[in-house]
Ligand binder design. Structure first.
Ligand code: 13P
Length: 339
């Protein structure tokens, strides 16, 4: 377990629901919170009447549209929270029976040599669906977990080529990616489809790794926060913020995926922090506990600096996850950071 300090989030959700306290405790608002945020009573009523998800998604939309970036001041009454880092490999449309066998063997051996320290991190492999059963058998007696790269939002039926969440579980998976940028851009998945897939995963007891991120054009137009805010709020609107008690978020700037370009640790941290603050506007405990992974050309040489950032809780790795030496080197960097 790595002590990632979340001091800056202590009480944030609570204070955001209390405009006066919020103004006192946070600096740097572009707008006054009392014009943007409903009172605590109203929020409780919304919770009771069940319309909270929509309203709380609206809060996130509003935060992004209005460029609302709360900058917290530290509180003396804080405790340090822990988030276990996750190192996840997304093999995409790569791999074979032989590659899976040898990569899983190498990884199990690497983690064994790290001894007890290896338990400080979670390791996840997302092979193509054809290899899921094999990978799950190969890692059965290890700390490694596996999952799919996508699921269908429906449970079963005449949907040729699709796989459901329960099929992933049946094959030994525990997780699934949803909303990877390649699914969004190449296969037309909208924010709403991604939200429904997130919900389908959770219904079946699969942990969703919800992928979000902006394109190069969006970053250049300074739309990064608006885009990730929109992607998160679609999920909150559909499922409620509580999904982030279980779901993992992967922030993957599209311009960094497979390009060799990486967000600098500072750029990545800034967006991760923004995402966590959006969650904190819903509930500070959810924000403190939610793992937010970075993805986009993470390699052994840049992983230590990225993983050292306060709000980066691991990595979602594409190319470098196909090579056991590189992938294990990133796991080793996370183990080291978690010491
Ligand atoms: P690369 O690590 O190859 O840039 O891919 C990142 C990714 O898309 C993981 O889901």
């Amino acid at each position: 377990m790595h002590p990632k300090s979340t001091d800056h989030l202590q009480g944030m959700g609570k204070n955001i629901l209390n405009p006066t306290l919020a103004r006192q405790r946070f600096m740097g608002f572009a707008l006054h919170t009392d014009r943007m945020m409903p009172s605590r009573e109203i929020c409780i009523r919304r919770l009771q009447t069940g319309i909270n998800p929509i309203k709380s998604a609206a809060k996130i939309d509003s935060a992004c549209t209005n460029r609302y970036y709360p900058r917290p001041i530290s509180s003396p009454n804080h405790s340090v929270r822990m988030r276990t880092p996750v190192i996840a490999g997304n093999w995409k449309m790569n791999g074979s029976v032989e590659m899976a066998r040898s990569l899983c063997g190498d990884l199990i051996e690497g983690l064994r040599t790290a001894g007890d320290n290896a338990s400080r991190i979670e390791v996840l492999l997302c092979p193509p669906a054809t290899l899921l059963g094999q990978v799950s058998r190969a890692i059965a007696d290890s700390q490694i977990r596996c999952g799919s790269q996508d699921i269908d939002e429906r449970e079963s039926g005449a949907f040729t080529g699709q796989i459901s969440a329960s099929m992933v579980i049946d094959a030994g998976g525990t997780h699934t990616l949803v909303g990877h940028s390649e699914r969004r851009t190449l296969f037309g998945e909208t924010d709403e489809v991604v939200a429904r897939k997130t919900s389908a995963a959770l219904r079946a007891n699969l942990t969703p790794v919800v992928c979000i991120g902006e394109t190069r054009e969006e970053r250049e137009a300074e739309q990064t926060n608006a885009v990730v805010g929109r992607q998160i709020s679609a999920i909150v609107r559909h499922c409620g913020a509580d999904v982030f008690r279980n779901a993992i978020i992967a922030y993957e700037p599209v311009w960094a995926i497979g390009t060799g370009l990486t967000a600098t640790p500072e750029q990545a941290q800034e967006t991760h922090r923004f995402i966590r603050q959006l969650l904190a506007a819903e509930d500070s405990a959810i924000a403190e506990g939610c793992r937010i992974l970075y993805g986009g050309s993470m390699k052994p040489d840049n992983a230590p600096d990225l993983l050292a950032q306060t709000d980066i809780d691991g990595g979602l790795i594409g190319g470098a996850s196909l090579n056991s030496k590189d992938f294990f080197a990133i796991c080793a960097a996370a183990i080291e950071q978690a010491a």
